[in-house]
Design a protein. Structure first.
Lengths: 369, 550
């Protein structure tokens, strides 16, 4: 983690409480210029509060915030900069466009009047880049959700902030339009070279947008790293489950291994005798009809974990590029698998099951909460 | 890092600014509360043996009369308000849409005007008794009995006739908001739609409306004075002006506090319970039941009756005078009264819009739980009768004057005679305190309707708090503020007791002008000003109706 002397946004040791209710506990996040960092977590995990503290909309209670190495607020000390003097742009979840100003006036609102001329050309370019030129004189309520989102983004960037905060920027959008707008937003933000901190509860969105992701739960950062790190090396069951559905098996660690109905997995460094669970992603499964052996896919390690006995197929459905196959364990539980291509064994037939161990994560089971 | 963040103080500049806005807010709140508190200061004054005497002789009568009047007006308001609200929300009959808003019209008639006009309408020489004599051939008052309007019963009727719209409005809104599904459940269970579904669900709203009606009744001055019903409010007035004892009047006012507190509690309780009901999702309302023939006529009559009693007759009497050519000369006295009314109402409206905006904005954007509560208390004046506020304002101003006089004399050696205890300014301040709630209500509703994050967006985009208020919040709040100001304007135009008690010598508003003539039984001479007050009073009715339609 970088110190205060570096460029970008640095928040360290942030703790915050609303009355008795603790929402942030010693959280540290930093964003370098040109970097996009996502705060990812379920609602109520404190991520939006952190954003509001950075913007100065919520007073800082504990910790310190610096922009480009210059402290702008320190918990418990006077002299915190008010929001209007922080040079931080914020795009609100509900966009918060001023209903009484047209698109151009909304965007120009935050621009210092002394540099009006220079920025006016910037507005024209930004509107053009976002395909909004002909809406410059329109009022916000006449625009579609996607258009409002883009206006809000341009407005947040118009004053030329060093830091940009995005609060759930795509949550108000139609699912069908989300992908396109996400791409446009990413491109636009990256072009400005601003240090961006974005809040989202959608793991897929975070993986698409972020250079680094900070996963938050109940007021603390539980893991941070690149999207690939988090997906392939989740540090906890919470993180593993966040990035997609898993099948869970519990057992006890013996001789550095843990046994499941799907085979024996390496328990890594977990102590012998401790309770552990194995989480397996649907796409970790390699299936084969009876009589043949499950084969590793390109990128898989040589040795798959092979289930000791074939499993009965409950149902198999085509999903286009992949197939969904539900299997039944001997104890009656079902597991969901997703295999590439079209693989549709008949219900009631048996298949042999292999698992890519890199997509199976082993964690200790917390003894008591 | 296990220290409790909750106890860590907020930081620096933001915090400091917060307090300076907050302190200004608290100061302003104190100005609004000072007169109310001053009543107690005044009550502590020496009354000699007047108070024990009053306490034994007249006070029980004042309290008894007040209670009887409150109960009577409540009954009439319930009868008129709830029944008509049910009819117009549940049944389709000819004229329903027009009646729906015309039922609010009686609210445009100030209570004192309906008292004056009914007296004229029902007196021996009035049209009703004349027609009766013509029809039945009676020769004189000895030949028949006719009820006296200037009585407790008469006061109950006329007050109920113009105050029931409070109940009507609340009940109608509650009936409209009750989800159709609940009525359908009731119908399936073969239960009465009204008694088992509509009324129980609307009860908190109706009680809240009723509390307002009773507050108005306790505060009532014009009617009880004209009809000589000795209620507490009239008692305060009489003891102050008649016996010339402000301390004794203030002591009676303190007794009146008990009534006000009880009614305030009733209103607040009802409002808090109403919230549970209104949280239901926006749901389709039940289609109206079509009525025809006799039933439709009956509905029509039931809805017309309150309108005729509360609006058509009083306005008819005034119109009749005007059409006969009375009070059309537009004398200087009339014009100056009109000017006084308009200028006073406009200044109070501006004063209230400014103070309510300031208090509302600061509490909303910078205030914690406590600042919000305390600022809301600044609007308490609406619950207090004008006569009580008048005592408070004059006591507070007197205290201030004495202080200034002492300083002027002691420090500068100048003799100061005290200018604060007389003058139009006092009337304006009293009105501002009494009607603050209207402005504050408009501001808080307006703030509630603003899109979220407007202030935050403005701050993040580089505006200071004050800058954001001016450039972002004020333009967005324009309509709410104009509405609030307009409502205040009309209420000040109608105001009578505080103006009467506090005005400088020879300063007449339209209300006091009408009062003077009515007192001398020369209402016809002031018919035009009276009519003007009613016409202005229709403005809020139109506004209320518009909000109800939304």
């Amino acid at each position: 983690m970088r110190g205060d002397a570096s460029a970008g946004l640095s928040m360290s040791g942030i703790s915050h409480a609303f009355g008795e209710h603790r929402v942030l506990n010693d959280v540290s996040v930093d964003v370098a210029p040109g970097e996009l960092v996502c705060l990812l977590g379920p609602s109520g995990c404190g991520k939006t509060t952190l954003l509001r503290i950075a913007a100065g909309l919520e007073p800082l209670q504990q910790g310190r915030i610096a922009v480009d190495g210059i402290p702008i607020a320190e918990g418990g000390k006077p002299g915190a900069l008010p929001p209007e003097r922080r040079g931080i742009g914020l795009m609100f979840q509900d966009y918060a466009l001023f209903p009484h100003r047209n698109v151009r006036d909304n965007i120009a609102f935050g621009i210092d009047k002394s540099k009006g001329g220079r920025r006016s050309a910037w507005i024209d370019d930004a509107l053009a880049a976002m395909g909004l030129t002909r809406f410059a004189d329109a009022y916000p309520h006449t625009l579609s959700g996607g258009q409002q989102q883009r206006v809000a983004l341009i407005r947040a960037l118009a004053p030329g902030p060093n830091i940009l905060l995005l609060d759930e920027p795509f949550s108000g959008l139609d699912v069908t339009r989300r992908a396109q707008i996400r791409t446009d937003t990413l491109e636009f933000v990256k072009k400005t070279g601003v240090a961006t901190l974005m809040v989202t509860h959608d793991p897929e969105e975070a993986m698409f947008m972020a250079d680094r992701i900070f996963v938050m739960n109940e007021g603390v950062v539980v893991q941070d790293g690149s999207p690939v790190d988090l997906y392939f090396q989740p540090a906890s069951a919470f993180v593993a489950e966040l990035f997609g559905p898993v099948s869970r098996f519990t057992g006890t660690v013996r001789h550095d291994e843990i046994e499941t109905p799907l085979g024996t997995f390496s328990a890594g460094e977990l102590a012998g005798g401790s309770a552990a669970e194995v989480m397996i992603r649907p796409e970790a499964f390699r299936l084969a009809v009876e009589g043949s052996r499950p084969q590793p896919m390109p990128g898989d390690p040589e040795n798959l974990v092979i289930a000791p006995a074939p499993l009965e197929v409950v149902t198999a459905r085509p999903l286009g590029r992949s197939s969904f196959v539900q299997l039944k364990l001997n104890d009656g539980r079902t597991i969901d698998t997703r295999v590439p291509g079209t693989f549709l064994p008949g219900a009631g037939s048996k298949v042999l099951v292999g698992v890519n161990p890199r997509l199976a994560h082993v964690f200790t089971v917390p003894s008591a909460r | 890092m296990v220290t409790r963040a909750a106890t860590t103080p907020g930081t620096g500049k933001v915090h400091l600014r917060l307090t300076s806005w907050g302190v200004a807010s608290l100061g302003l709140t104190l100005v609004f509360l000072a007169p109310i508190l001053s009543v107690f200061i005044a009550a502590a004054g020496d009354t000699g043996d007047l108070w024990p005497h009053l306490f034994r002789t007249v006070l029980p009568r004042y309290i008894g009369n007040t209670l009887v009047l409150m109960a009577g007006v409540a009954c009439i308001s319930l009868l008129f308000g709830v029944s008509t609200a049910w009819l117009v929300t549940r049944y389709a009959f000819p004229g329903r849409r027009v009646l729906e808003w015309m039922l609010l019209l009686p609210a445009a008639v100030p209570t004192y005007l309906i008292a004056y006009t009914y007296t004229d309408f029902l007196e021996y020489a009035g049209p009703v008794q004349q027609i009766l004599r013509d029809v039945f051939g009676w020769q004189s008052a000895r030949d028949y009995w006719f009820p006296e309007i200037r009585s407790m019963g008469g006061a109950t009727l006329v007050l109920g006739a113009v105050l029931y719209p409070y109940v009507y409005m609340m009940a109608r809104a509650a009936f409209m908001l009750t989800p159709a599904s609940l009525f359908e459940v009731g119908m399936l269970a073969k239960r009465s739609e009204f008694w088992s579904v509509g009324l129980p669900l609307a009860r908190p709203a109706i009680v809240a409306g009723l509390a307002l009606v009773m507050m108005e009744t306790v505060s009532e001055f014009g009617v009880v004075e004209y009809f000589a019903i000795e209620t507490i409010t009239l008692g305060i007035f009489n003891v102050w002006l008649g016996m010339n004892s402000l301390p004794a009047a203030a002591k009676i006012a303190s007794v009146c506090f008990l009534f006000i507190i009880a009614l305030l509690a009733m209103e607040i309780l009802a409002r808090s319970r109403r919230r549970f009901i209104n949280t239901s999702r926006k749901s389709a309302s039940l289609p109206l039941q079509k009525l025809s023939g006799g039933k439709a006529l009956l509905c029509l009559a039931a809805c017309l009756a309150p309108i005729v009693i509360g609006f058509v007759i009083p306005v008819g009497v005034l119109l009749n005078f005007v059409l006969k050519g009375y009070s059309l000369e537009f004398s200087n006295a009339q014009l100056s009264a009109a000017w006084h009314s308009i200028s006073l109402a406009a200044s109070v409206a501006l004063l209230i819009v400014a103070s309510a905006s300031f208090l509302g904005f600061v509490a909303h954007y910078q205030g914690g739980k406590w600042l919000k509560r305390i600022t809301a208390v600044a609007s308490m004046g609406y619950a207090f009768p004008g006569t009580i506020l008048a005592i408070g304002v004059i006591t507070a101003a007197g205290t201030l004057d004495d202080g200034i006089a002492a300083i002027m004399d002691g420090v500068f050696g100048i003799t100061y005679h005290g200018w604060l205890t007389s003058g139009v300014g006092l009337v304006a301040v009293a009105c501002a305190i009494r009607f603050q709630a209207i402005g504050y209500g408009a501001v808080t509703t307006g703030l509630g309707r603003l899109p979220p994050n407007m202030m935050n967006a403005s701050r993040v985009l580089g505006r200071t708090f004050a800058g954001s208020l001016i450039e972002t919040i004020l333009p967005l709040m324009r309509l709410s503020l104009i509405t609030g100001g307009l409502l205040v304007f009309v209420d000040v135009m109608k105001e009578l007791p505080m103006t009467l008690l506090l005005r400088p010598f020879n300063y007449e508003t339209l209300a006091t002008y009408v009062y003077q003539f009515a007192k001398d039984e020369l209402l016809e001479q002031a018919a035009m000003p009276a009519l003007f007050i009613v016409i202005v009073g229709i403005v809020p009715v139109v506004l209320m109706n518009a909000t109800l339609r939304r």
